[in-house]
Design a protein around this ligand. Structure first.
Ligand SMILES: Cc1ncc(COP(=O)(O)O)c(C=O)c1O
Length: 371
């Protein structure tokens, strides 16, 4: 099988598997226990938190371990909005966010009467000016992604963080698709909250982080006093061990990995140069996601034929890929009726892919599309 759906999830690398099996075998302690076994686990937890904090160039106290970006996004958005509604009930986000953001916003809208402004891409991208124009005195939160999971498009998070310096609104950034691939420094982009999931950078599923400045937000989970009382439940030590290893590997190899992924993408595009295709989204994007359409070719059929040929790609985000829902991201970019919604596939690369694999994809696509 050739796996080219790395924006959905990535395989574990041997060093991550080693880090996880090592702690599974040797360290079962609960980091909240007072005795030696617990203190030892707590020391490890502290060192994992330091590793993550160093990768983000921040203070370890700002790192909260969660069960993944869905929980991080829910905590930042619901937790902050509910705790700060006395300051206003207006939130700004974009129409191209992941469902873990969009459905959380809908919940706040329907259940608590928040007013949400959904910015739509203009000329294929979201600009900081759109955020500036949408800001109101009662805006309490702006939530945008760092890079889009379906198109790889980068959002102007640094500019947005800058413009919010003069405003009461807190800034939440969903950095899932950027973390471990490019520089993600929450303090540099002036984010108050930032979410990430380990399994997008070769860590395990079901573990992630929420970066948080000392903001007041309502907890999602109530229980023990873990994570400095910000997230109850015994920490997922095995997952966190894997995530810390994955992130330190990613950071150590970031430039080489980025270049390799760029080469994969270019090799693939060169190899299909004879085909009629278009690329969705803006010019300013992460190289690891390629959303590509073939006029008059149905993406569901393409996906199935590639799958039969042993090549895994997708038609959108993993959550919608299992259903027939058209992509809300492509609909926002090109309109609900655009043929791009039924013609486009997402090919997403990682540094583990080889030039031969993308050449094979190009060969198969030429056979299928060329027919
Ligand atoms: C941009 C983005 N945000 C959030 C998530 C949710 O991550 P998880 O399913 O690991 O909670 C994803 C996963 O696809 C994503 O791509």
């Amino acid at each position: 099988m050739i796996y080219l759906d790395n924006a959905a999830t990535t395989p574990l690398t041997p060093s991550v598997i080693d880090a996880m099996t090592e702690i599974m075998a040797n360290d079962f302690g609960n980091p909240s226990s007072i005795h030696g076994i617990g203190r030892h686990a707590n020391q490890r937890l502290r060192s994992y938190r330091q590793t993550i904090a160093s990768a983000l160039k921040t203070d370890p106290r700002r790192i909260i371990f969660t069960s993944g970006a869905t929980e991080s996004n829910n905590t930042a958005i619901k937790g902050y909005a509910l705790a700060n509604q006395a300051k206003g009930k207006h939130i700004i986000t974009t129409s191209i966010e992941h469902h873990s953001v969009l459905h959380t916003m809908e919940y706040l809208e329907k259940r608590f009467g928040f007013e949400i402004t959904y910015l739509k891409p203009e000329n294929n991208h979201i600009s900081a000016k759109q955020v500036a124009d949408a800001l109101r005195d009662d805006t309490i939160l702006v939530s945008t992604m760092f890079a889009n999971n379906e198109t790889g498009d980068l959002l102007p998070v640094k500019e947005i963080g800058e413009l919010l310096q003069d405003h009461q609104a807190a800034f939440h950034v969903d950095a899932v698709q950027a973390m471990g691939k490019i520089d993600v420094y929450p303090e540099e982009i002036k984010a108050d909250f930032l979410s990430a999931s380990a399994h997008k950078f070769h860590g395990p599923k079901g573990v992630g982080i929420l970066y948080s400045t000392p903001q007041h937000f309502d907890n999602l989970l109530h229980g023990g006093e873990q994570e400095e009382k910000r997230r109850a439940s015994t920490e997922n030590m095995i997952g966190i061990a894997g995530m810390a290893q994955a992130l330190s590997d990613a950071v150590a190899n970031k430039d080489a990995n980025y270049k390799h992924v760029q080469d994969l993408r270019q090799t693939f595009l060169d190899a299909i140069s004879g085909l009629d295709y278009y690329i969705n989204g803006s010019q300013n994007k992460m190289p690891h996601v390629l959303n590509i359409g073939f006029p008059n070719k149905n993406n569901g059929i393409l996906l199935t034929q590639l799958d039969l040929a042993g090549i895994a790609v997708s038609t959108g985000s993993a959550c919608t890929a299992g259903t027939v829902d058209p992509s809300h991201v492509l609909a926002s970019l090109y309109g609900e009726d655009s043929p791009r919604l039924t013609e486009s596939i997402r090919v997403s690369f990682s540094e583990l892919n080889t030039i031969e694999e993308v050449q094979e994809l190009a060969k198969k696509l030429k056979e299928i599309v060329g027919k």
